[in-house]
Design a protein. Structure first.
Length: 366
């Protein structure tokens, strides 16, 4: 079967990781898979790619100077996506990320192939602007299916009147260890993710600062890069904790960091699906997470396989971290239960759901 996949970028992040996992799986299943990005031809995937995957970079990311230029650019982008898809004549097209989804649905009008689109974050928490929001409301009913990662997001879209949603979580496996992880003084709390306001690392840093004086042996390490680095660095300096809190930048050996971590913390204000949390649980790390929309509550049963704290509550995060720091047997108990819970998101289980969706969209597939 010939499948076209569309993902604007293959950089580090949940969408790129999930898309490359899906692409690699379908290549390994002997489908002919084309993966289109909006990046230029020099772009490299952060994640490994199957040797049979056919990657096409469409170079559609040039900035627009004003509204008129943006309008023309988006019309041009839709037309270029349409030409690229028609050139490979897919039997199914799958698109990730909201604005790309709208463009792919418009580009596919009248072409005959079914389109599956996937939201990768909770739409309520990343507004697109009035025009894009209206286009999404108009075009999403045209999709064969709108894939979301949690039942909470599915309900949100159902409230729009959408009846074509399918819940498929991200496939998650504990990352392998390559031996290249930097050494961090143990014991330590680990957080993973892009340095972006969504991740609320300022909350985590402030929570750690509240308990740092009474836990002088503990440190906090945050692996990831992004636009909040300068602000977070200033906060760490203000709190006089540069020797206790590390912003490690982008790291390749996430498995090594998780293997050595004593606690994992997720402080996000919202998620689509918390991949890092699931990876930490799969690696057997005792975890604390904000009860944000959406995903942590699907993964964490409070006091059974992890700890949940109210979203945005710095003091509750500090108290949960303190509780885990003080109780090694509890950390071990939660870590053991977390490993079992994460098995529900094993790649073989999740990819079987994508296979079922493919077979439903194109009955002759296989």
């Amino acid at each position: 079967m010939r499948v076209a996949l569309v993902c604007p970028v293959l950089a580090e992040g949940g969408a790129g990781r999930a898309m490359t996992q899906l692409a690699n799986h379908w290549c390994a299943s002997d489908h002919e898979v084309f993966l289109f990005t909006f990046e230029d031809t020099s772009a490299q995937s952060f994640y490994p790619l199957h040797p049979n995957l056919k990657v096409r970079h469409l170079d559609l990311q040039s900035p627009s100077q004003n509204f008129a230029a943006a309008l023309l650019h988006n019309v041009s982008r839709v037309l270029r996506v349409r030409r690229a898809l028609r050139a490979v004549s897919p039997q199914l097209t799958v698109s990730f990320l909201a604005t790309a989804n709208v463009g792919v649905l418009l580009a596919s009008l009248g072409c005959g192939w079914p389109v599956v689109v996937s939201e990768r974050v909770h739409p309520a928490h990343e507004p697109l602007g009035a025009a894009w929001h209206a286009l999404r409301r108009v075009t999403y009913p045209l999709a064969r299916s709108v894939v979301v990662q949690t039942s909470e997001i599915a309900q949100y879209l159902a409230d729009w009147g959408l009846k074509n949603t399918t819940v498929i979580p991200n496939p998650v496996v504990a990352p392998p260890t390559t031996g290249s992880a930097p050494r961090i003084s143990k014991p330590y709390v680990l957080a993973l993710g892009r340095l972006h306001a969504q991740k609320s690392f300022d909350l985590l840093i402030n929570a750690f600062a509240r308990i740092a004086p009474n836990n002088t042996q503990w440190s906090l390490a945050i692996a990831g890069e992004g636009p909040e680095r300068e602000a977070l660095t200033a906060l760490i300096t203000q709190l006089k904790l540069p020797d206790r809190i590390q912003l490690m930048g982008q790291q390749q050996d996430i498995g090594g960091l998780l293997d050595n971590a004593d606690i994992f913390a997720l402080s996000s204000s919202y998620e689509g699906f918390p991949n890092a949390l699931c990876e930490a649980m799969g690696a057997g790390v005792a975890s604390v997470a904000t009860d944000c929309p959406s995903g942590p509550r699907d993964l964490v049963a409070h006091d059974e396989n992890g700890l949940l704290v109210p979203n945005g509550d710095t003091q509750a995060m500090a108290q949960a971290l303190q509780r885990l720091m003080n109780d090694a047997p509890l950390r071990a108990q939660l870590a053991s239960a977390a490993t079992a819970a994460a098995e529900d998101y094993a790649p073989v289980r999740v990819m079987s759901q994508w296979d079922e969706l493919l077979e439903d969209a194109v009955p002759c597939a296989g």
